[in-house]
Every structure is written in C-alpha cells, then in structure tokens.
Design a protein around this ligand. Structure first.
Ligand code: ADP
Ligand code: ZN
Length: 612
C-alpha cells in the first residue's frame, strides 16, 4: 500500500522507524511501557518470548516489525473471531491483512496470494489447526516467511489453563518454513510456564521480556454480597450506556440476572455454554458491535472478545482463582481508559467451592493446592489495605499503595478486633462447631426462633451478645475471620464452621487480631459511586459534543457493518470533544487518528465539531 511504502526503509529498520510508522498508521504518539524494547529485539531479528498484561498492546510488537520489513509474517491466533477482529482493525487503519481458513472462497484466497507476492500484504493470520494443511503448506513454502508471531502462546503449555494441542504443531511448521524468526506473546506465564513455552515453541533460547502485571487504569473493588441484585442494579445504574460484563456462576444465574436488568430498563443479555452456538456468536457480535450492552455471562464468555471499550467487569460470586479473576477483569479497559471492577462474594460461595474441591477427582496434592489458591482469593477479597498490593503480591510484584482501588479511596481504619472475634467464635464453639452462618448470627443477635428454641441455644451465654450489630455486620466479621485463617469449614462437611488452631489462639486472647470495622457501608458506596470512566470528566458541553461524535461513529460503523471502535476508539472521541480540533492537521494530532482514518472520516468529524 502506497502510504506504507514510504515507511519501508532499505536499511535495517530502527525503533525510530517503528515509532514513525505507529504515528502515521495508528495515530499513537508513544510506545506503551515494554513495547519499545520488544520491538527493538524483534527488529534485530531475535526470537522473542514476551509476557505482557492484556490490553497493553502486544499486537503492535509484531505488526510494526512485520510492516517495516521484507517478507511475510504469519500470525497464529487461537480463535477465528480474534483473528477476524484484528484483521478488521488493521484494515480500518489502511493496512492490508488477511486470514485464510478452510472456508475462504478460492477467489479470495487467490487475491490474498497475489497481494503476498506483490509485497502488499505482510500479515497473514492463521489458526493453528491450519498449520498442517498440505495445500496451504505448499503455497507458503514458496513464499518468504520472515517471521511467525504466536499470540496467546501459553496455549502451547500443557500446564496452563488453556492448553490447545494444535499449538504443538507450530514448532514443526516453523521447521517446514525454514526456521524463520519466532515472536511469541502471552498475558499469563510464570517462570515455569515460560520455560515450558520456550522449550516447545523455539529451536533456540528466545530473548524473554516480562512486563509487570499491573493494569493501573483498572479500578479494583470487592464487597460482601448482601442483597445481591440491588447492589448490582445500583452499580449498573450509575454506569448507564457503558459496556460491561457481569460474570455469574451458573447459567440460570445469567438468565435471571439479565431478565431483571432488562425489566429495570438496562440493555442486558445472557451468555453461557447452554445456548446454541449460532445464538452465542450472535450475542457476542452484538456485544462487541454495539455500545452499552451489559452481558450477564458465565466464564465461557470472554476469550476471543477483543473489545477495547469494556468499561466494567463485575463478578457476581467468587471467581475460580486469582489467576482466573485477573484474566477476567483484564477484559475491561483494553483501550487504557479508566475502567472498573467489582467482586461480590459471600462465605456461601467459598463453602460451595470448598465442597467442589473436596468432591472432585483431583489427587490429594492437587486438592491441597486448589485449597491454597482459594485461600489466596479470599485473602484478596478481604484485603485489609490496598487491594492492588495484595493482587500484585500474589504475582510476586512489590508495589506502593495504588490509589485506584476501593481500599485506597477510603482506607479503612483497622480496629482491635479481639472482642468481635471472640464473640463470633464463641458462637461457633458454644454450639458445638456444627452450624452454618445463618444460625450462628441468629444466636449472636439473640433471635428467638424455632431453631434456637428447639436446640436450647437461646439459653447459651452467647445468645444475644451481638445484638448491637446487624446481620450484615456479623457476616463481615466472619468473612474477615475466614480470610485471616481463624475459622474454616471442614472439607467434607455440610456448611458448618469450626475454629482453627490459629482461631483458638485468638479466642483465648493469646494472639491479637485487627479487623476492618464491620460496617459494610463500603459495599453500598462502591456500588453507587459515580462511574470513574473518562467521559465522566467531560463538562456538560463537551459531553454533548461527545454524544454527537459517538452518533456519527455509529453511523459509519453501521454503514460498514463493523464494530464502532474500528472507526475510532472512545479515547479518540473524548480527545476530540476536549480539544475541539478545527483543521485536518490538528485532527491528525489526536490519539488514534492515523492517515487512513483522517482521510476517510476527518471532514465528517470536523463538521460535527464545528457545529457544536
Ligand atoms: P493485547 O493484545 O496486549 O491485549 P492489543 O494489542 O489488542 O493488546 O492492544 C490493546 C489496545 O491498545 C488496542 O486498542 C491498541 O490499539 C492500543 N495500543 C497499543 N499500543 C498502543 C500505544 N503505543 N499507544 C496507544 N494505544 C496503543
Ligand atoms: Zn490501592
């Protein structure tokens, strides 16, 4: 493509060339942390294995070098939908890219091969299962394959949570192609997984790059589940018009939540593996293409959803593990704009998970490991200070308090929790460590009901000693005691709570315990706090212009049958609304406005800005 040719230097391209190309084509001014060193290594011809958090911008790390150099880059990506999205985004920026799968019509395939031969097309996306197709291999072997870029490279590791046997073909494919350079990318791989990936994918040791796990644009929050739906409703209501995902733990949960939200006027949909495949992909496309849909989904939803402007992710129930949680919240804010999360959980969720682990087919060793992971998750949910510090510490990173989490927003003053803890645990001890929370709280609060009377628990010294606190407050105390390892549920039990060795130390006053005041106001504050999305920073006047720009974006998107963000990202429109550029030249300085988009959409957007 002509506009690119002028950026293809004869000498070995440098990082400056890459920066110039990025600005011209993508309209981005600076590299994000980590991108520059990776791009430099790729340009130098090194094999690379890079770990980078979701949304940080892995794609540019292979796209820019691919476009700057001679030869074809094969991009291996696990999902057709992901490839389709990436190709669409490249094309929107005026970059030739294509994907070949078994359904590609022959004429289209032929065109693609022609473009490869003329050097116009340098990025070819392939699914890993295509790596052995004989016809395709013959065709590729005749071309100059300069690099293989592997997206979601952790799929090659059997240890990972996403192992895909097809990924094992990549190494052999590389040999068939004459061992070109390999650049592999993933968002999740600890040291052991990196060794595993390096061994399976590369024929020589790659240069490794690990960028931190932190996603500073994502606000973290967690709260105890009280009246589940009301908490979610007020959270969503404060974020009208934003795209969001609410993870539910069951199919039925997804359906009923979506229905209740719809009844409350929210554009909500359900998504889970129980839906027929066509319907699933229709709903996914709708979520990606439209603005402001709230998807109530099981974790089946997300992989392959490459939507940059998801503004919030809520967990309605405990996620599976911290790793899973990190991946799932990572679907928010890929565009780098402020985005929010909220985890709502109850001890009931934790108890259920405990039993699931106990009843599973895992080995004893694995069960112990899963139990430890669950404890780490609970400790995160009940973190006493900066939530991000707790999260990153789990991944082995040390950081300062972040300022972008519920606990930094409003640091709880820890109190001496001895008396509360002793009361809560004595309710457990006095009733013989045989009861669940409902009953324990009734005893503490002195609720005289059939059960307390029948069991004679209304005569216990503990009966009514906690009448000054609400049920929610006692549940908060119990959650914190569980997080602190003072109480536990037997793995093979029926929901009863018992006191651990550590709990006994506290109960007998031999060990101190500090607790957050069990007020649980935090939950409601988080839920109803106004959205922190960037567009809430706009003044009313800018907000009007922003809405007009969004309408224009939607018109263009509908006309092309493409998702709105392939026209311009939210961040681009926000900058336009704030800076109000008055000429094409000024517009080209706005984030995300590359040469192609300037030419195609520039005048139309300027008109709207001028009329505002
Ligand atoms: P990842 O694959 O790491 O999850 P992507 O490559 O999809 O992330 O990039 C996420 C978003 O960030 C995309 O919208 C992309 O255009 C944008 N992006 C990437 N690099 C930059 C940059 N240097 N400056 C601004 N935006 C960027
Ligand atoms: Zn914090």
């Amino acid at each position: 493509m002509a506009s690119l040719d002028s950026h293809t230097p004869a000498r070995t391209p440098s990082l400056d060339d890459a920066r110039a190309l990025m600005s011209h084509v993508y309209g981005f001014r600076d590299f994000r942390p980590g991108q520059d060193e990776i791009i430099e290594a790729v340009l130098a011809g090194e094999d690379v294995l890079a770990v980078m958090p979701t949304g940080r911008g892995k794609s540019l790390c292979f796209q820019l070098p691919a476009l700057l150099r001679e030869g074809l880059t094969i991009v291996v990506s696990p999902l057709i939908a992901l490839m389709r999205d990436q190709v669409a985004q490249l094309q929107a920026n005026g970059v030739e890219a294509a994907t070949l799968n078994s359904n590609t019509p022959p004429e289209e395939a032929e065109q693609t091969w022609d473009k490869i031969d003329s050097g116009a097309l340098k990025l070819l996306y392939l699914a890993p299962e295509r790596m052995g197709a004989p016809g395709l291999m013959r065709n590729l072997a005749r071309r100059n394959v300069a690099m293989i870029a592997v997206d979601e490279a952790h799929c090659v590791s059997q240890w990972g949570h996403d192992f895909r046997p097809e990924y094992l073909r990549i190494a052999e494919f590389a040999q068939t192609m004459g061992a070109p350079q390999i650049a592999a990318f993933t968002a999740t791989a600890d040291a052991a997984a990196r060794r595993d990936i390096a061994g399976r994918l590369f024929s020589r040791a790659p240069a490794e790059f690990v960028s931190g796990f932190d996603r500073p644009n994502i606000h973290l929050a967690a709260a105890g589940k009280r009246d589940g739906y009301a908490q979610i409703r007020s959270f969503v209501a404060a974020r009208r018009g934003q795209s969001g995902i609410i993870y539910c733990t069951s199919r039925k949960g997804c359906e009923s939540l979506a229905e209740r939200l719809q009844a409350d006027g929210v554009e909500a949909m359900a998504y889970h593996a129980g839906l027929e495949a066509g319907e699933r992909s229709r709903r996914q496309d709708f979520f990606v293409g439209e603005d402001g849909i709230v998807m109530c989904a099981t974790v089946a939803f997300g992989m392959g959803v490459d939507k940059p402007d998801v503004r919030f992710v809520v967990h309605n129930g405990l996620p599976k593990s911290i790793e899973a949680y990190y991946q799932e919240i990572g679907r928010a804010g890929r565009d780098g704009l402020p985005s929010e999360t909220l985890m709502l959980w109850s001890l009931g969720d934790a108890g259920l998970r405990r039993r699931q682990i106990a009843e599973s087919e895992m080995s004893e060793e694995q069960k112990r490991m899963e139990t430890r992971r669950l404890s780490a998750l609970i400790a995160y949910a009940e973190a006493p200070a900066c939530r991000r510090q707790t999260l990153l510490a789990y991944f082995g990173e040390d950081t300062q308090p972040c300022g972008v989490c519920d606990l930094c927003d409003d640091p709880p003053e820890l109190i001496d929790g001895l008396e509360l803890a002793q009361k809560a645990m004595s309710a457990i001890a006095r009733t013989g460590q045989r009861f669940g929370l409902e009953h324990l709280v009734s005893v503490l609060r002195g609720v005289s009901n059939e059960k307390t009377q029948r069991l004679g628990h209304d005569a216990l010294p503990t009966f009514g000693v906690g009448a000054d606190l609400s049920k929610d407050q006692w549940l908060s105390v119990y959650r914190q005691l569980f997080a602190a390892g003072a109480i536990d549920q037997p793995i093979d039990g029926h929901g009863e709570w018992l006191i651990t060795a550590k709990g006994k130390e506290i109960l007998f006053g031999r060990e101190p315990i500090r607790l957050r005041p069990p007020q649980d106001k935090r939950a409601s504050r988080t839920a109803s706090a106004p959205s922190r999305a960037a567009d809430s920073l706009l003044s009313d006047r800018d907000q009007q212009l922003y809405s007009a720009l969004r309408r224009l974006r939607l018109d263009f998107a509908k006309e092309a049958g493409k998702p709105a963000y392939t026209v311009f990202s939210d961040r681009t429109l926000i900058e336009m609304a704030l800076n109000r550029p008055s000429s094409l030249d000024a517009l080209s300085g706005v984030y995300g406005v590359g040469a192609r988009k300037l030419e195609r959409y520039g005048e139309a957007f300027l008109d709207v800005i001028r009329d505002a």
